[in-house]
Design a protein around this ligand. Structure first.
Ligand code: GDP
Ligand code: MG
Length: 436
């Protein structure tokens, strides 16, 4: 078999260029990964098109297999789409006002303290400004967090307008030598004109170096719409993506940059003040693609099993829906390629030495195929109904002995049992894996 595989590889190498088929197969997986990660459908479509054009006809690098190479192009392109490199904060005035805007609950207050803490660790003197006057609790929240982190806070209670508070804060900062101000503004549940007017007033009055939109990554596509709205009405200089902890894959990151043109500068990965990270487009690209999964599928495709079929098979195994129909489909592949245990050995996590009983030579395969073909549709899907008289009928129809039918049924049961173990093993693993 390995000789045959080497032949396949050699063929791909000989071609020297990525074929449309290589690219197409890889792109199918990438497309699913992107959509699952909440990337905007239109963005995915356009993206896939770009990558397809870029990939097809490219020279194959010696160090990479064609599948890996397509993935590399995808990854690079995703990275580019998200801004390429991290863009730091633009703090070119003194004092430098940073304005945080966004919907209620997006994480502005938390982020303002996180940023303040980080910047003060860089030896900047930071002033937090409580500009959310609509909920007295909001000021309390900022006050207690600022106190805990030993950051200066400026507040005038709830009787002054947000714009007056921010203007007064600017004077205060100049007087007391603060380098940076962070305005924690109010949010609403939805974008509305009153909110936008208020934010616009603050912007006009204080000319912030940065107007950072804070968006909740867990809201997926909504985050993208919100970003578009804020950018249209206010103009934003950057985005902070919060709640990227846990399983959130963060596809919003791609769409947001594509839609607003504003780079993502930071991400929030938890409720604690230290859960702040500089945004790295390359890491996010890997995260969105779920590198591991995609790469292993691609590798399987190279081993001349159709990538789609392999994935489908894996899913079926996990869900224990594997039937004799799937089995026979695999047999067709096997006849082309080699032995059953080697095919199953390619499925990650299936220990191949447990499959010895299933290995079969050319003659056995023909027999097995004949037996399965003699089964009714119902029997293939639900082999447990194959009783004694059905076994006799199948043996007769396939020109085999009842013992042969028995053996196949037994092997199939064993295989299913093993898949079940494998399925729950994998489930346990993925439960423990947690986030990124
Ligand atoms: P604001 O209304 O925009 O000021 O949002 P808050 O800063 O008050 O945050 C709303 C909720 O989200 C709070 O319960 C925060 O603890 C939580 N939160 C903020 N950032 C993150 C984050 O990065 N991860 C998680 N898991 N929760 C966050
Ligand atoms: Mg708040």
């Amino acid at each position: 078999l390995s000789e045959k595989l080497q032949g396949v590889f050699a063929n791909l190498k000989k071609k020297g260029k990525l074929s449309e088929k290589d690219v197409k197969e890889a792109m199918r997986e990438v497309r699913v990964a992107l959509l699952e990660a909440d990337v905007n459908f239109q963005v995915v479509k356009k993206f896939i098109k770009t990558v397809r054009e870029k990939s097809t006809g490219q020279e194959i690098l010696n160090s990479l297999t064609p599948g890996q190479q397509v993935i590399k192009i995808v990854r690079d392109e995703l990275q580019e789409l998200m801004g390429g490199q991290n863009e730091g904060l633009n703090l070119n005035t003194h004092p430098a006002p940073i304005m945080l805007v966004g919907l209620q609950g997006a994480g502005k207050t938390t982020m303002s303290v996180k940023l303040a803490k980080k910047l003060s660790q860089d030896n900047k003197k930071v002033l937090l400004v409580a500009a959310d006057i609509y909920r007295p609790a909001a000021i309390k929240q900022l006050e207690s967090m600022a106190e805990q982190q030993e950051i200066d806070l400026f507040q005038l209670g709830t009787n002054n307008s947000p714009v007056d508070i921010c203007k007064a804060a600017m004077e205060h900062a100049k007087k007391y030598g603060h380098d940076i101000l962070i305005f924690d503004t109010a949010g609403r549940l939805h974008v509305d004109d009153k909110l936008m007017d208020e934010l616009d007033d603050i912007q006009q009055a204080t000319s912030p170096c940065e107007t950072l939109l804070v968006v909740d990554a867990m809201t997926g596509q909504d985050a993208v719409n919100v970003a578009q709205n804020f950018n249209d009405k206010l103009g934003i200089s950057g985005v902070v993506l919060t709640k990227l902890d846990g399983d959130t894959r963060g596809g919003a990151a791609i769409s947001i940059k594509a839609v607003t043109g504003a780079p993502i500068k930071y991400i929030g990965t938890g409720e604690k003040v230290e859960n702040l990270e500089v945004f790295h487009p390359d890491r996010m690209a890997s995260r969105i693609l779920g590198m591991g999964d995609v790469l292993s599928l691609i590798e399987k495709a190279e081993q001349s099993i159709d990538a789609d079929k392999a994935k489908e098979l894996q899913e079926k195994m996990k869900n224990q829906q594997f039937t004799f129909d799937d089995f026979i489909e695999q047999l067709q592949q096997i006849k082309k390629m080699g032995s059953l245990d080697q095919i199953l050995g390619m499925i990650p996590g299936l220990p191949s030495k447990k499959l010895k009983g299933l290995s079969a030579d050319e003659g056995d395969l023909v027999k097995i195929e004949a037996i399965i073909k003699s089964m009714t549709k119902e029997e293939r899907v639900n082999p447990s109904i194959i009783n004694g008289s059905r076994r006799k009928r199948i043996a007769l129809g396939s020109g085999t002995k009842v013992q042969d039918v028995n053996r196949l049924l037994k092997q199939f049961e064993q295989m299913k049992k093993m898949m079940k173990q494998f399925g729950s093993m994998e489930k346990n693993l993925s439960n423990k894996k947690g986030g990124f």
